[in-house]
Design a protein around this ligand. Sequence first.
Ligand SMILES: NC(=O)c1ccc[n+]([C@@H]2O[C@H](COP(=O)([O-])OP(=O)(O)OC[C@H]3O[C@@H](n4cnc5c(N)ncnc54)[C@H](OP(=O)(O)O)[C@@H]3O)[C@@H](O)[C@H]2O)c1
Length: 237
Amino acid sequence: MDDFTGKNILVLGGSRGIGAAIVRRFAKGGGKVAFTYAGSKDAAEALTGETRAEAIRTDSADRDALIATVASRGALDVLVANAGTLVMGDPLTLEADAIDHMIDVNVRAPYHAAVEAARKMPDNGRIIVIGSVNGDFMPFPGGAAYALTKSAVQGMVRGLARDFGDRAITVNCIQPGPTDSDMNPANGPMAEFMRSFMAIKRHIRTDEIAELAAYIAGPHGAMMTGAMHTIDGGMGA
Ligand SMILES: NC(=O)c1ccc[n+]([C@@H]2O[C@H](COP(=O)([O-])OP(=O)(O)OC[C@H]3O[C@@H](n4cnc5c(N)ncnc54)[C@H](OP(=O)(O)O)[C@@H]3O)[C@@H](O)[C@H]2O)c1
């Protein structure tokens, strides 16, 4: 197991799902972990009780609050921008405000958080954004705006890897396929449809995503940067 003892780690959107698994993984590795959440107070408190990680209520859609929270954590060794929302449906009928909110949370927030974290981040720091396999392709209708957000973070990751490379800070994107969470439950109404696109027909477990995050954040990840790391059960094969 990679040793994160003493590492200062912030996970955006850590109360549930993939983010919570990442919090657990870094806490198990000895990290000093904090995470943000927006609405799930009970889940956040339960995770704090389980892991000792610090929960901070900060809505990623509130840019100034988010920047202030990142700044308040001091010199972060690892930032994981995981918070995300999914709005799907007929683009002709979806609410424009819902689309813009998703863009705020999925795109603007990771960008501003990453830049703010980089101000104080030590050499060899790690910035990880949770994108999606839908950044590469969108195999069904209704996901154009979500795919837009996940393609956008690819460009950000490539660019920031160049911006911070002289400090050996790595910037990477993890691109999950269907992963069992509240957003995409393995027993939900869309589950079979999602699995139909995969070579290995089961939902990915959140701890499998968290292990990849730990690898990227650990010492063996030092030369991986500006890269998209897809973990999708062969959805894109
Ligand atoms: N599950 C999948 O199949 C899948 C596949 C590809 C990519 N992803 C990506 O993986 C990431 C996590 O997804 P998930 O499946 O774990 O989703 P989830 O189960 O819905 O959990 C989302 C997490 O993000 C937090 N969050 C949402 N909006 C927020 C906001 N405005 N401010 C702060 N925190 C916020 C939630 O906290 P609160 O509940 O406290 O608001 C929660 O902890 C997302 O970026 C998603 O796009 C998921």
